[in-house]
Design a protein around this ligand. Structure first.
Ligand code: C5P
Length: 235
């Protein structure tokens, strides 16, 4: 089933401490942003990508798209001061009716199988989000003192992509804007309108490149990917 991608890429990545947008950092021989875009460039079901970028980075990003042969980015949308506003700008710029996948440009290791599952679940039920189960023991301790141990079987660590029928996402985004509500992901905006959101099992390697340690982990994942591709090619 076809889908489009709304990809926020307008952050500053302060926690990375690079002094510039972390999406330009190299992972292997390509910028993080290009690795993430290539996942969708290589997926036949992805028909279009709307990329939210900072105005002052537009030309640099356009040059990178040309250099690496990324053809599916149809629009560079002006990003906002918060991630939610960057996604909202993409929603405003879109007038089609395909399933929408919102995906952080900083997560280059998302797998095709998870994307497929997300798209079909959202098409059927309205909203679906990628997540993995908590592995560690989880405690609720709002003031640093344990109130209780939470049953980890019931807890999910949520990632992107998050997939939606466009009417659901548009309604949630408009309502959040009207209420001045700022969430940490699009699912929160949809949940607060009472829509059910289904979780799709993702993988632990779909990490967001946030700090220097993530880059180290990312290099290892990339090496592993290359090795398994080499093995596949040998067969
Ligand atoms: O900062 P963080 O990694 O959590 O941001 C997640 C994604 O949202 C990144 O791809 C980043 O570029 C994007 N973002 C954005 N607009 C902002 C802040 C973040 O598009 N104002």
């Amino acid at each position: 089933m076809n889908y489009i991608v709304m990809m926020p890429a307008a952050g500053s990545g302060q926690r990375m401490g690079a002094g510039f947008n972390k999406l330009f950092l190299m992972l292997g021989n390509k910028p993080i942003l290009i690795h993430t875009l290539e996942v969708f460039e290589n997926d036949l079901a992805c028909v279009e990508i709307l990329l939210a970028v900072k105005q002052e980075e537009q030309s640099e990003i356009q040059a990178a798209l040309n250099q690496y042969g990324i053809t599916k980015v149809t629009r560079l949308v002006d990003g906002g001061s918060e991630r939610q506003y960057s996604v909202a700008a993409c929603i405003e710029a879109y007038d089609g009716d395909d399933i929408v996948l919102v995906h952080d440009a900083a997560r280059p290791f998302i797998q095709q199988a998870v994307i497929k599952d997300l798209v079909s679940t959202a098409a059927k039920y309205g909203a679906s989000i990628a997540g993995v189960q908590a592995k560690d023991t989880m405690k609720l301790a709002p003031l640093g003192i344990v109130e209780k141990t939470v049953d980890r079987e019931t807890l999910w660590i949520i990632q992107t992509p998050q997939a939606f029928q466009i009417e659901v996402l548009r309604k949630a985004s408009n309502q959040a804007k009207e209420d001045g509500f700022l969430g940490t992901d699009e699912s929160m905006l949809v949940e607060r309108l009472g829509y059910p959101v289904r979780i799709v099992q993702s993988t632990y390697d779909n990490v967001k490149m946030t700090t220097q340690e993530d880059i180290v982990f990312g290099e290892i994942l990339l090496k592993r990917q290359r090795e398994s591709k080499l093995k596949e090619d040998e067969i």
